[in-house]
Design a protein around this ligand. Structure first.
Ligand code: GTP
Length: 679
C-alpha cells in the first residue's frame, strides 16, 4: 500500500535542527516496505545531511563568497508554508471526544496524530494513544477500529495494527450523501462478526467507530447495526444513539434516509433531528443554517438517494438489492447447504435450488403413479430467499446473495423470522391503474427458524409457508394500517416487492388453468408445473418435479460466442466444462447484433421449419449454459411434442383412476371442513 505522507516535517518527531527546512514535495512512502512513518523521516534526514555535507565540501573547495551566500540562503530559516501545516478539522477541537458504548461499540471523533499538534493545544489533543488510555481508564480495551473517514491524512492505520488492534477502513464520503448500502452491509457484518467472537472471550473487547466528528456517519452506521440486530424501530435506535453520543445525528437527510431505508415514516421530523451542536461553529453552517460537509469529504456532486419507486420502468433483468461482503456470502452459502441438509462440498458454489425436468412421454407416466398438484409456470426470475434477523437475502441462480430490506414477522407477531429459507419466482405484474408491480411468488419452504423442513411432504411445507410466512405479514400489515399495533410507522408498501404464496390445484383443474387462469394473469407464464403432493424438497434436478411448456416455449440456454471471422460457436456444459455443439446455429431477429451478445447466455427455442435455434432472449440472470443432460431432456420433450390437447386428454384419464379419485375426494372433504371451522 502506498500513501502520501503529506506531513509537516517541522513538527515532531523530527528533531529541532531540522525544524526550519521544509521539503518541497510531499513524500511518497511505500508503507508496506518501510513499515512506518518514522523510518521514512529518518531516510529523508539522512539524505539532507548528505546534501549539507556535500555543499560544505564544495564551499571549502571553492572558497568563493558567492557560493557561501548560496549556502546561507539554502539553509536560512524560511517562512512556514501553509500547505505543510495540518489543521484540525473544523469543529473538531470542541467536539466531545467519544460517547458511551452502545452494545460494545464506542462512537468517537477521529484521533489526530502528532502532525496536527501545531493546530491543537495540548489540553485538546486526542491521538490514538490518548484514546486508548482514556478507554483503558474506563475499563475498556479496543479490539477493532472502524474508520469511516474518506481520507488517510488523520493518522496511519499502523498506529492500531502495530499494537494488535484490528483496523477496518470503510471510506464514506459524508457530504450530502449518506454512506451507501454496500458500505452499511460491510459495517454491520464486521461489527456482528467481531462482537460474536468476543462473546466467547472472558474479557470481551470493544469496537471503536469514528468518522470525523463521530456523529453523522458514525451514528448512521451504528443505528443500522441496532436495527439489524435487536432494535425494532428507527425512532428507538436514533434515540439510543443520541443518548450515548449527544446530540446524536444532526443532519436531517441522514435521519430521513434511515426512516426511508427501514420503510418507516417519522411521526415528527422536527423531534427526530436535533439542532446542529454548538461546537459546529456558525462558519460551519451553510446559509440555511444546516451543518456544512465535514472537511474530509470530497468535492463530488452529492449523490441522489436511491428510490426504487421513482424508477418508472422495472424489468425482470433489474439487479435487485445491495451487494453483500464476500465473506458474508460464503457464510450464507454454507448456511443454505446446512438448512437444506446437503453435504458441504468443496467450493459449495452451486445453486442448490430444486429444478424441474421437462415433461415427455416417459415421465408423463409419473402423473398416474403419484399424487400431483398443478400450478402455472410463472416466467420471471428465480430466487431462493433466505430470511435472517439482519436482513433478507435474494439468492439468484448463480448462488449469489444480495440484501433487500423486507419484514417477516413471526406468527406470534412478537419477533422476526431468522434462518428461514423459501423458494419462489419474482415476477412483474401489470396492475390496471397502478402500472408495474414487483411480486415474489413463493412456492416452497425449506427451512423455518434454522430447522430444515426439506423432508416434509410438499403439502405440509406449502401450508407452513402460508401459516408462518405469508399470513403473519398480512395480519401485521392490516394491524399497522388500522393502528392496532404499536409500530404503525412501518409501511409495507415501501418494500421493493410484495410477497404472495403461489396457488397449487388438483389436476382436475388443469383445463381451467390453461384456458382461463393463465390468459387472465397480469404477468408472463410459459407453461405448467406439476408438483408431487407428497414429495420432499429435492435439491438440484428433481426428476419427479415436472414442467410442461407451451411447445413453442420449450427452450435451451446456450453460451453464444463468435470467432474472429464471425463464425458462430454454440456451447452447452458437460460435467462443468464447455461443450461445443457442432453445427448448432442461432438465428437472431434483425434488431439484435450477434456480436453484441457474444459471451452471453442466449435462451433459444427450436425453429422446426428453419431447423435452427431461434433466440428468445438474453439471460442476464445466468452465467452458465444448460447442461447437456437438460438439453437432451428438452429435445426429448420437443420430439415427443406433448401438446396441450394430448396433456388434457391424459389428465382426463388420470382423474378417473381410483387412486386419484379417492385422494381427490378426501382432499375436497378436508378443505370443506376447514372452511367450516372458525378462522
Ligand atoms: N418448482 C417450481 N418452479 C417454478 C414455479 N413457477 C415458476 N417456476 C420456475 O421454473 C423454473 C424451471 O423452469 P425452466 O424453464 O427450466 O427455467 P429456466 O428459468 O428457463 O431455467 P433453465 O432450465 O436453466 O433454462 C424454476 O427455476 C422456477 O424459476 C413453481 O411453481 N414451482
Amino acid at each position: 500500500m502506498t500513501f502520501s505522507m503529506d506531513m509537516d516535517l517541522n513538527a515532531s518527531p523530527v528533531p529541532d535542527d531540522d525544524e526550519q527546512q521544509p521539503y518541497d514535495e510531499p513524500v511518497e512512502v511505500d508503507y508496506a516496505q518501510e513499515g512506518h512513518v518514522e523510518s521514512a523521516v529518518a531516510t529523508l534526514r539522512r539524505e539532507r545531511e548528505e546534501r549539507r555535507k556535500k555543499l560544505k565540501r564544495e564551499q571549502q573547495d571553492d572558497g568563493s563568497r558567492l557560493h557561501s551566500q548560496q549556502i546561507r540562503n539554502d539553509y536560512a530559516p524560511q517562512p512556514k508554508r501553509h500547505s505543510r501545516f495540518k489543521e484540525a478539522p473544523q469543529g473538531w477541537l470542541d467536539c466531545p471526544a467519544f460517547g458511551e458504548p452502545i452494545d460494545k461499540i464506542i462512537p468517537s471523533k477521529v484521533p489526530l496524530d502528532e502532525t496536527f499538534n501545531e493546530s491543537v493545544p495540548p489540553g485538546k489533543r486526542y491521538s490514538s494513544k490518548q484514546l486508548v488510555n482514556k478507554q483503558r481508564k474506563a475499563g475498556r480495551e479496543i479490539g477493532l477500529v472502524i474508520d469511516l473517514t474518506n481520507t488517510t491524512r488523520y493518522y496511519s492505520p499502523a498506529e492500531w495494527t502495530r499494537q494488535g488492534t484490528k483496523y477496518a477502513k470503510i471510506a464514506c464520503k459524508g457530504r450530502d450523501a449518506v454512506p451507501d448500502n454496500e458500505s452499511v452491509n460491510k459495517f454491520v457484518y464486521e461489527a456482528m462478526m467481531f462482537l460474536d467472537r468476543q462473546k466467547q472471550s472472558k474479557n470481551p473487547k470493544y469496537i471503536l467507530v469514528h468518522c470525523t466528528h463521530g456523529h453523522n456517519r458514525t451514528g448512521f452506521m451504528i443505528i443500522h447495526y441496532l436495527m439489524r440486530t435487536h432494535v425494532s424501530c428507527v425512532a428507538e435506535a436514533i434515540n439510543i444513539f443520541a443518548q450515548r453520543r449527544p446530540p446524536g445525528i444532526y443532519k436531517r437527510d441522514y435521519i430521513e434516509a434511515l426512516y426511508s431505508f427501514y420503510h418507516e415514516v417519522p411521526e415528527n421530523m422536527m423531534l427526530a433531528c436535533p439542532p446542529t451542536p454548538e461546537w459546529k461553529r456558525p462558519d460551519d453552517l451553510d446559509l440555511n443554517g444546516e451543518a456544512k460537509q465535514d472537511d474530509d469529504d470530497d468535492n463530488g456532486d452529492p449523490e441522489p438517494l436511491r428510490n426504487e419507486s421513482e424508477d418508472k420502468i422495472i424489468t425482470n433483468d433489474d439487479v435487485l438489492g445491495d451487494e453483500v461482503p464476500y465473506d458474508q456470502q460464503e457464510a450464507l452459502r454454507v448456511l443454505c447447504y446446512r438448512l437444506l441438509e446437503m453435504p458441504l462440498v468443496r467450493g459449495h458454489s452451486q445453486f442448490p435450488g430444486s429444478h424441474p425436468v421437462s415433461l415427455n412421454s416417459e415421465n408423463l407416466q409419473l402423473l398416474r403413479q403419484r399424487y400431483y398438484f398443478a400450478t402455472w409456470k410463472a416466467d420471471g426470475t428465480r430466487y431462493m430467499m433466505l430470511i435472517m434477523r439482519d436482513g433478507c437475502f435474494l439468492i439468484d441462480r448463480n448462488f449469489c446473495f444480495r440484501r433487500v430490506q423486507m419484514r417477516f414477522p413471526h406468527k406470534s407477531l412478537e419477533g422476526l423470522h431468522d434462518m428461514t429459507l423459501i423458494d419462489g419466482e419474482m415476477i412483474i405484474d401489470t396492475v390496471p391503474d397502478s402500472g408495474l408491480k414487483r411480486r415474489y411468488l413463493a412456492y416452497d419452504l425449506m427451512a423455518l427458524g434454522a430447522v430444515s423442513k426439506t423432508k416434509l411432504p410438499f403439502s405440509e411445507r406449502w401450508k407452513m409457508l402460508e401459516d408462518e410466512i405469508i399470513r403473519p405479514r398480512y395480519h401485521e400489515k392490516k394491524q399497522f394500517e388500522s393502528g392496532a399495533k404499536s409500530n404503525p410507522l412501518y409501511k409495507y408498501d415501501m418494500e421493493l416487492f410484495s410477497v404472495r404464496r403461489k396457488d397449487f390445484w388438483l389436476l382436475s383443474t388443469v383445463k381451467k388453468v390453461l384456458k382461463e387462469f393463465i390468459p387472465s394473469l397480469c404477468h408472463d407464464a410459459d407453461g405448467l408445473i406439476f408438483q408431487g403432493w407428497d414429495d420432499p424438497y429435492v435439491t438440484r434436478t428433481h426428476e419427479g418435479l415436472l414442467k410442461w411448456k407451451y411447445p413453442e416455449m420449450n427452450s435451451v440456454d446456450f453460451l453464444f460466442e463468435l470467432t474472429n471471422d464471425n463464425r458462430q460457436l454454440v456451447f452447452l456444459y458437460e460435467r462443468g466444462k464447455k461443450k461445443l455443439m457442432d453445427g448448432a446455429r442461432i438465428a437472431f431477429t434483425d434488431d439484435v447484433d450477434p456480436s453484441s451478445v457474444a459471451g452471453r447466455i442466449v435462451e433459444c427455442s427450436w425453429n422446426k421449419e428453419e431447423q435452427c435455434w431461434a433466440c428468445m432472449r438474453i439471460r442476464s440472470d445466468k452465467s452458465t449454459p444448460n447442461d447437456i443432460n437438460t438439453y437432451r431432456k428438452v429435445m426429448r420433450s420437443i420430439t415427443d411434442n406433448i401438446t396441450e390437447e394430448k396433456l388434457l386428454e391424459e389428465i382426463d384419464e388420470i382423474r378417473r383412476l381410483p387412486m386419484y379419485a379417492d385422494r381427490m375426494h378426501a382432499h375436497t372433504k378436508m378443505a370443506q371442513q376447514r372452511r367450516r371451522l372458525p378462522p
